[in-house]
Write a protein that binds this ligand. Structure first.
Ligand code: NAP
Length: 306
């Protein structure tokens, strides 16, 4: 794979930025990658593990002369970072982000950007429950989707260049508009996370009654919930605060379905339960057939990170 950008700057050095760095290096997609993180501790860790060719002490220094700048901070921090770096962006540069919500990020970041910078928001649909500079790995994006959400009137060239970068990092790329993105993600990611947080919270309350049995005998279903519910609290707080409408819409539907299942259990309507579970099973099969998961049994004992 050949070089796609001469200089890339990663702002925020957590799971996504560190995975991007290793994936960029794996395929030689950039000449130099600079990085910046808010805390001296994260910057020191990055220097120690060789994350980024150059770690800078300010965001403005990191974006100097960069052809591509990617904001890899929590959604709620995007605006402040955009304001900080805007005067230092190179004319003709592309600014992107990896935030899990798109409408709110576009509205927060867009107004701060100079006219001669191209804004191409993105969202890789890949992650783990781990965070921080040491959690990244080059394979994170392999065969995972990355959605590009270009703002209206963006020329094709910077979008095509960013698409090439993500493909070079192993991802499958598609374009989508911001509203559609936020609704799709509310169904596939945001609402499921909230449900997992709730389920683990309920079990935690119950644990006070049953001592430690919830943990001791935790079966695969509950363990899967605990993995999701271990995701970064700051990131997920920001996701819900910034994708309010779509998440509430999906949770409303979820509640209706839950009541229907509750009634079927109370009235002994086995057909309803069986039909419902048959339909949902087909969805799981579809995900496996699309190559987005394997059907190998994993009872939480295998290492998740490669
Ligand atoms: P992470 O591992 O928690 O890292 C976040 C980074 O942002 C850290 O370097 C942190 O710096 C920095 N940061 C936090 N608050 C900041 C602020 N106010 N100003 C400047 N820097 C700040 O996060 P991540 O999982 O890589 O997520 C980054 C972005 O990717 C988020 O927008 C998230 O929605 C999106 N995303 C995440 C996933 C996922 O599964 N994790 C998947 C797709 C997209 P310090 O270390 O110095 O605090």
């Amino acid at each position: 794979m050949s070089r796609i950008y001469d200089r890339v700057a990663l702002i925020g050095l957590g799971l996504i930025a560190s995975s991007m760095f290793w994936a960029i290096k794996r395929a030689g997609l950039a000449g130099e990658v600079t990085g910046y993180a808010r805390s001296a501790e994260t910057r020191d860790t990055a220097r120690r593990i060789g994350l980024c060719d150059r770690v800078c002490d300010t965001a403005a220094e990191a974006v100097q002369d960069a052809d591509l700048v990617v904001l890899c901070v929590p959604v709620g921090a995007m605006e402040q970072v955009a304001r900080e770096i805007a005067p230092a962006l190179k004319p003709g540069a592309t600014l992107s982000d990896v935030g899990s919500v798109k409408r709110a990020v576009i509205d927060a970041v867009g107004p701060h950007l100079p006219d001669d910078v191209f804004f191409v928001p993105a969202h890789p649909l890949a992650g783990t429950e781990h965070s921080g500079p040491e959690s990244g790995f080059a394979e994170l994006f392999d065969d995972r989707w990355c959605l590009l959400v270009p703002v209206p009137d963006t020329p094709q060239a910077p979008v095509a260049q960013l698409r090439e970068l993500w493909q070079g990092m192993g991802a499958l790329v598609e374009e989508m508009d911001a509203e559609h993105h936020d609704l799709v993600l509310a169904v596939t990611s945001h609402a499921p996370h909230l449900i997992a947080y709730t389920m683990v919270g309920v079990a935690d309350d119950l644990r006070r009654v049953t001592d430690s049995e919830v943990i001791k005998y935790s079966a695969a279903g509950f363990r899967d919930f605990t993995r999701i519910a271990a995701s970064d609290p700051t990131m997920w707080r920001d996701v819900f605060l910034n994708n309010k409408d779509a998440t509430l819409e999906i949770l409303g539907r979820f509640t209706e379905e839950l009541f229907a299942l509750q009634r079927a259990i109370r009235t002994g309507d086995g057909d309803h339960l069986h039909d419902y579970f048959t339909r949902t099973r087909a969805i799981r099969r579809g995900i496996i057939e699309a190559g987005q998961d394997t059907d190998a049994p994993d009872f939480g004992r295998q290492k998740v990170i490669k």
